[in-house]
Design a protein around this ligand. Structure first.
Ligand SMILES: Nc1ncnc2c1ncn2[C@@H]1O[C@H](COP(=O)(O)OP(=O)(O)O)[C@@H](O)[C@H]1O
Ligand SMILES: [Mg+2]
Length: 424
């Protein structure tokens, strides 16, 4: 049952609980009771807010590994007390999981700031408690402010050495042209650059999936989508570094990922100010931020263009891409947006030996009045196989021609970043 959890139910009779719910009235959370029962049998207990602090100080509390603090809008007034409970628990090395029912995003944010290790929404989705418990128990222990910082550093969220990080956006100009594949693989190559370059230090990289509707960065990296994302997106402007850390998942210890939400959301759920807040926070915490954009233009597309260092526009040598690229370039020019920040990348490009292909590329570039210098080859079936497997090409198909090309781009971008950093 709980074989994959750190906390094993013990067999001793009258054993003090290894886990407890802490709630004003636990009977408002009957699904939580069911799930606790399922995870720990009779090795869990329930504490009221008033009893919790006192209990932690008693000898029986030694066996306590985790508390699930259940809060709802009814407890918003008790935030001081909840804070005290969390603080005391943490100082005794007890992990804290917040179970939040109908709490406003701002309040949730407050609760998380108090130091809870993680959060699950209530009513609990199937299996959510078990997953969250496993996650919380595996995370390194963080009992004080100091270790809190070590933890963020270990997860790749310390402030980058050179101050602000760089931001790249990736926009597939038509569906399926390979935007997300490029974004994810580029991010991975950058994050692991020390493996391929002597004396180079891999930058701290994160990927942010802003395709709020059909974003599939999570799929490409075989990561789960977390319910917390919706809450975070609905209140980006009050997010701080800790909340950003809570929201992100780490892929193979090297790449931090802010996934798209599990449900389809309207693209205008976020606005320009939210975007600016998110980008500025991400810049402070990472050396490189890669943002995967939806194909559609949104109310915040121009914000992205104004905020990023490089805007990669991915297209293919076909009619849809050509027409969309034309409209895109026209829109940018008519609104006076910085088109020089846009780097067009032709995916599934014909090989250099294809004379006819070369002249078609030239005609496309001429019609857009831009240059298209970066070409990515067709990587064949290995590319979608890697995607289905949830692995970057560097892991599942190292020698793939698409991978090699993206690796080259990463190497030259990294050299550029290093230069900017040393010049600064
Ligand atoms: N250069 C390439 N060679 C082969 N397959 C590719 C290439 N680029 C993308 N693909 C595949 O095309 C499909 C769509 O790619 P995706 O990155 O999801 O596009 P987008 O994000 O622009 O919609 C995926 O199955 C991906 O594996
Ligand atoms: Mg995509």
């Amino acid at each position: 049952m709980s074989a994959d959890l750190d906390v094993e139910p013990t067999d001793q009779p009258f054993e003090a609980p290894v886990a407890c719910t802490v709630a004003q009235d636990v009977y408002h959370f009957d699904l939580l009771i069911e799930d606790m029962e399922r995870l720990w049998g009779d090795k869990w207990g329930d504490l009221s807010f008033a009893d919790a602090v006192e209990y932690f100080a008693q000898p029986e509390a030694k066996s306590l590994k985790l508390i699930a603090v259940a809060v709802s809008h009814r407890e918003e007034a008790e935030i001081g007390m909840v804070g005290e409970i969390i603080r005391r628990a943490k100082s005794r090395g007890i992990r804290v999981l917040l179970v939040a029912s109908d709490v406003s995003p701002a309040m949730l944010h407050q609760f998380l700031k108090l130091g809870a290790d993680d959060f699950v929404p209530y009513p609990l989705p199937d299996g959510a408690l078990k997953e969250a418990v496993a996650r919380v128990m595996q995370a390194p222990q963080n009992t004080t402010e100091g270790t809190m910082q070590t933890l963020s550093a270990a997860r790749g969220l310390a402030k980058p050495m050179g101050g602000e990080g760089s931001v790249f956006a990736v926009h597939g100009l038509a569906g399926g042209v390979g935007g997300t594949s490029f974004a994810v693989n580029l991010a991975w190559e950058m994050a692991t650059i020390d493996a391929s370059l002597k004396d180079a230090i891999a930058p701290k990289v994160c990927v942010i999936d802003l395709d709020l509707q059909f974003g599939n960065v999570a799929t490409l990296l075989d990561l789960p989508r977390r319910d917390i994302i919706v809450e975070i997106l609905s209140d980006l402007q009050s997010m701080d570094s800790d909340a950003l850390r809570q929201a992100m998942l780490t892929y193979r210890d090297k790449l931090s990922v802010f996934t798209a939400p599990s449900d389809i959301l309207p693209l205008d759920m976020i606005g320009p100010d939210d975007l600016r807040a998110l980008i500025s926070l991400a810049r402070k915490n990472f050396d490189l931020v890669v943002i995967d954009l939806p194909a559609a233009l949104t109310g915040w597309s121009d914000t992205i263009l104004n905020e990023v260092d490089i805007y990669f526009a991915i297209l293919e040598l076909e009619m849809r891409s050509a027409q969309n690229a034309l409209r895109f370039a026209r829109a940018l020019r008519s609104e006076g947006l910085p088109i020089d920040r846009v780097k067009f990348i032709l995916n599934r490009a014909p090989g250099l030996t294809d004379i006819n292909g070369k002249s078609r590329i030239k005609r496309l570039a001429d019609s857009l009045d831009v240059s298209i210098k970066t070409l990515l080859p067709d990587g064949g079936k290995q590319v979608s196989a890697a995607c289905d497997q949830g692995e970057p090409l560097a892991i599942s198909a190292r020698k793939n021609p698409l991978r090699r090309e993206i690796q080259k781009i990463a190497t030259s971008l990294h050299a550029g970043l290093a230069q900017t950093a040393s010049a600064a």
